[in-house]
Design a protein. Structure first.
Length: 615
């Protein structure tokens, strides 16, 4: 189960629907969030295939455009406020992710919203079956390629509530309360009524949503009887937490972590550990050493170190696994919101001893971990003091009210200017730090335009006017220490944008009849796989030549658009709604006639009656 070569898991495959099913709703939690990952993942959900993650070609990626459009209505991702990464490259498609994101502010500066879970609600359109899948990971919703661990199971939605699922419902209720965003009631009912199928070797499961209430504590901190053996795997450590789990183990205690984290432990603690392990340097630095030969042009080499959180215990014949988001650190034991799933079994192949043989193999080609004798590090608090000050400042900043509006520019038609207000009346920014806000766009902004002054309400105006398609709720918050950037992330503002903004983005991407017809064909095709390339080319040529046909306005489209619309109307009315939304949004622009053929608009009026009836 933990063989790195045989049990390698692809994030996209984890989220793909079962054969014949379609995604209805999804809810996810993560500490940090990469918007580009949020663009890519819906392609797996809706089209059951990995996405092209290169933003240089995103304008031509109709699967990404369609998937994120659907996701904005059906996918909700909860992340910690202040932990949305600033993308390396700007693209207007990133703005379409705004409605998918709900931010949660932790209760104190030194705590975190840290769970990494997915609930996916699927339905089968013909058999009327519904399935919920739950996945729990140690990985955030980013492109990090560290070594992580994940578990997923699913089951049918039944007629009655399942008491075992109550912790899931309590977690969903916490997400609503902490974020102010509501979760669809049908979705919550489905989660509560799911009969999850637990596959061998496990025979019991229990979810621990740590920190959401007094009854949900970290099971590693409980006063349960001692385990005979314990295998602990955590990328981050502190001495107190390791000693706390050592006290729960009667015999062997194996500790897996990063080399530098093991070096932070006290000598007496390390002596009590049976053996320590880490990932070899040759694997950790593998992407750098290979000079990126296996990477795409838009990817960067990363450190491939441990990020998995996994705890295996055995008492007698029964083995218990805990996996999820919680590190072996004090915040995970008492301050953070975390999530762990507990799995247990009497199958000896899932015991800590058996897993040790998989993780620490004698065969070199299978070896992911190796024994290590940690080099104890002298404690240096120099950087810790600045880091703590930065973290407290960051926490104060994300709690400051930030709102405004986009005002039409008086001097330049079809453009807007932000009028924003950042309330820093209760904030005291130390002189060694400076804080700056700027719009999230592909334009350059002066630091002076958005510099935040403490002790006052900052009115922020920016010199450059923006097109409607450039407007965003995201702003870039930058914290500098002695003039050098130390923190930079996206912050969502409370701002009302024009309702036509998304339509403007769409019209700038589908800016010709050719692109519009290609996208329409993509939407009408089976699972986003168009198969009428020659017919499409003839359709475009007919439009350009202005040739008429006696059979009716749709006869000018050589790919069988009329037949495909008839088929889709009868078999996929949900697609017809998406196509109608597309017509409405593009129809709001002044360049409609340049993008949508007049004949097609006339044809659509016939099918619109079907859509209106379905609505």
């Amino acid at each position: 189960m933990l063989n790195a070569k045989k049990n390698h898991l692809d994030y996209g495959h984890l989220l793909m629907p079962p054969p014949g099913f379609r995604l209805k709703k999804a809810v996810a939690t993560t500490y940090s969030l990469d918007l580009q990952a949020l663009l890519a993942v819906p392609v797996a959900m809706y089209y059951s295939r990995p996405a092209d993650l290169d933003l240089n070609h995103a304008a031509d990626a109709f699967d990404v455009l369609s998937a994120i459009d659907q996701a904005s209505k059906s996918v909700l991702v909860f992340c910690q406020k202040g932990k949305i990464h600033l993308p390396r490259k700007y693209h207007r498609l990133l703005l379409l992710t705004e409605d998918c994101i709900a931010e949660i502010t932790p209760p104190m500066a030194m705590s975190s919203f840290h769970p990494k879970c997915w609930w996916l609600y699927f339905e089968h359109p013909e058999r009327l079956e519904k399935v919920v899948r739950f996945a729990i990971l140690s990985r955030n919703f980013t492109f990090d390629r560290s070594w992580d661990v994940a578990f997923a199971f699913e089951g049918p939605v039944g007629p009655a509530a399942n008491a075992a699922n109550q912790p899931m419902l309590d977690m969903l209720a916490y997400l609503e309360q902490a974020s102010g965003r509501s979760i669809d009631q049908e979705f919550k009912t489905a989660v509560g009524h799911t009969q999850f199928h637990l596959e061998p070797p496990f025979d019991r499961w229990h979810l621990h949503p740590i920190g959401i209430g007094a009854s949900y504590t970290n099971p590693l901190a409980s006063a349960k009887p001692k385990s005979d053996v314990l295998l602990a795997m955590s990328p981050f450590l502190d001495d107190k937490s390791v000693r706390q789990t050592l006290a729960k183990c009667a015999n062997h205690y194996w500790l897996f972590s990063r080399k530098e984290e093991l070096g932070k432990l006290q000598a007496v603690t390390l002596q009590a550990v049976t053996q320590t392990y880490c990932i070899p340097d040759v694997i950790v630095s593998g992407e750098y050493d290979d000079q990126k030969t296996d990477l795409e042009a838009h990817e960067e080499a990363q450190s491939l170190d441990l990020h998995a959180k996994l705890y295996l215990m055995r008492s007698g014949a029964r083995s218990t696994w805990l996996l999820g988001s919680a590190n072996l650190t004090a915040p995970a034991f008492g301050r953070n919101i975390e999530c762990l799933i507990e799995l247990s079994t009497t199958d000896p192949t899932a015991s800590p001893e058996s897993m040790m043989n998989e993780l620490v193999s004698d065969k070199r080609e299978r070896r992911l971990f190796e024994p290590v004798e940690p080099v104890l590090q002298a404690k240096d608090d120099t950087g810790d003091n600045i880091d703590q000050q930065l973290r407290r400042l960051e926490y104060q900043l994300i709690n400051c009210p930030f709102s405004g509006t986009a005002v039409p520019d008086k001097n330049q038609s079809d453009t807007y200017r932000y009028q924003m207000f950042f309330d820093a009346t209760g904030l005291d920014i130390a002189s060694i730090f400076s804080v700056h806000l700027s719009p999230f766009s592909n334009l350059k902004w002066s630091d002076d335009e958005g510099r935040i002054q403490s002790g006052m309400v900052n009115e922020l105006t920016f010199q450059q006017a923006l097109r409607e398609s450039q407007l965003s709720r995201f702003f870039v918050l930058t914290i500098k220490y002695s003039g050098d950037t130390q923190r930079q992330f996206l912050l969502k503002a409370d701002i009302d944008l024009p309702k036509t903004r998304n339509g403007r983005i769409l019209s700038e991407i589908l800016d010709s009849k050719e692109k519009f017809l290609q996208y329409l064909q993509f939407l009408l095709s089976e699972n986003g796989v168009p198969d009428q390339h020659q017919a499409l080319a003839e359709s475009i040529a007919a439009l350009q030549n202005g040739s008429a046909a006696p059979e009716g306005p749709w006869a000018r489209f050589r790919f069988p658009i009329y037949e495909q619309l008839l088929k889709t109307a009868s078999q996929r009315p949900d697609k017809m709604k998406s196509i109608d939304d597309l017509f409405q949004r593009l129809g709001a622009g002044e360049r409609t006639k340049d993008v949508i053929p007049v004949e097609l608009l006339e044809l659509w009026q016939i099918f619109k009656e079907v859509v209106d009836h379905e609505r």
